[in-house]
Design a protein around this ligand. Structure first.
Ligand SMILES: C[S@@+](CC[C@H](N)C(=O)[O-])C[C@H]1O[C@@H](n2cnc3c(N)ncnc32)[C@H](O)[C@@H]1O
Length: 211
């Protein structure tokens, strides 16, 4: 759900608005930011709302993203946003960013550590990573991931809480803060969302890392 200037909000499949307050944000004021796997742009707009000077939002083409990009562009227009949308995979990121945001995209990548290494090379400041975690695996004391965690084609790895941190560290980042396990909240558009259709309502965890 994305808030619009007239007080309404888009009927998104997930309501991430409360989650924003739970994340370990770095100061993004005046910073050049990258939102990886932006979908409809919720996090790109949040970075802008927090004072980012420039936001580049990237995603890859798919039938899902075609619709999400239309919502991104509409919200951009209605909010008077200056966020720039680029059709680009995380593996092809270049340039230099102060803050990189990755929301629920790591789980969709065949090479999550490789992707974290790519954005590490393109970052001179902080990563904020928010992703689904496995609650049962988080009860175990080791860094772990479950492969094809939802038994369908969309996720490759879902880490446990320690595994999420370890993946980031293995890619060269220094983890500064990590949240407890957070509860995902469905939005009013949930009946059409991936999460609803695939029974994904779940738990997530966020961390902040520096280069
Ligand atoms: C579950 S959605 C999360 C969307 C948004 N970040 C959020 O938190 O609501 C995952 C997004 O990652 C995108 N994605 C998948 N593979 C990608 C890749 N290789 N590079 C960039 N984005 C990718 C998908 O198209 C999708 O929009």
């Amino acid at each position: 759900m994305i808030d619009l200037p007239d007080g309404r909000s888009t009927p998104g499949g997930w309501d991430l608005r409360q989650t924003t307050d739970e994340l370990p944000w770095p100061d993004v004021t005046g910073k050049r930011c990258l939102d990886v796997g932006t979908a409809d742009g919720f996090w790109a707009f949040e970075l802008e709302r927090r004072g980012a000077a420039e936001v580049v939002a990237i995603d890859v083409p798919s039938p899902f993203q075609q619709k999400a990009r239309a919502r991104f562009e509409l919200a951009c227009e209605l909010r008077g946003s200056k966020a720039i949308y680029e059709e680009r995979s995380v593996y092809d990121v270049d340039g230099e960013f102060d803050v990189v945001f990755m929301g629920f995209v790591l789980q969709m990548l065949a090479d999550p550590i490789g992707a974290l290494q790519v954005v590490h090379r393109a970052c001179r400041g902080h990563l904020v990573l928010l992703d689904t975690v496995s609650v049962p695996l988080s009860l175990l004391p080791s860094p772990l991931a479950r492969l094809d965690a939802r038994r369908h084609a969309f996720e490759y790895f879902v880490f446990n809480r320690r595994g999420l941190r370890k993946a980031v560290e293995l890619a060269g980042w220094t983890v500064q803060a990590q949240t407890r396990i957070l509860r995902d909240r469905p939005g009013p558009g949930a009946s059409n969302s991936w999460g609803h259709r695939l029974g994904l309502l779940g738990r997530s965890c966020a961390l902040r890392a520096s280069v």
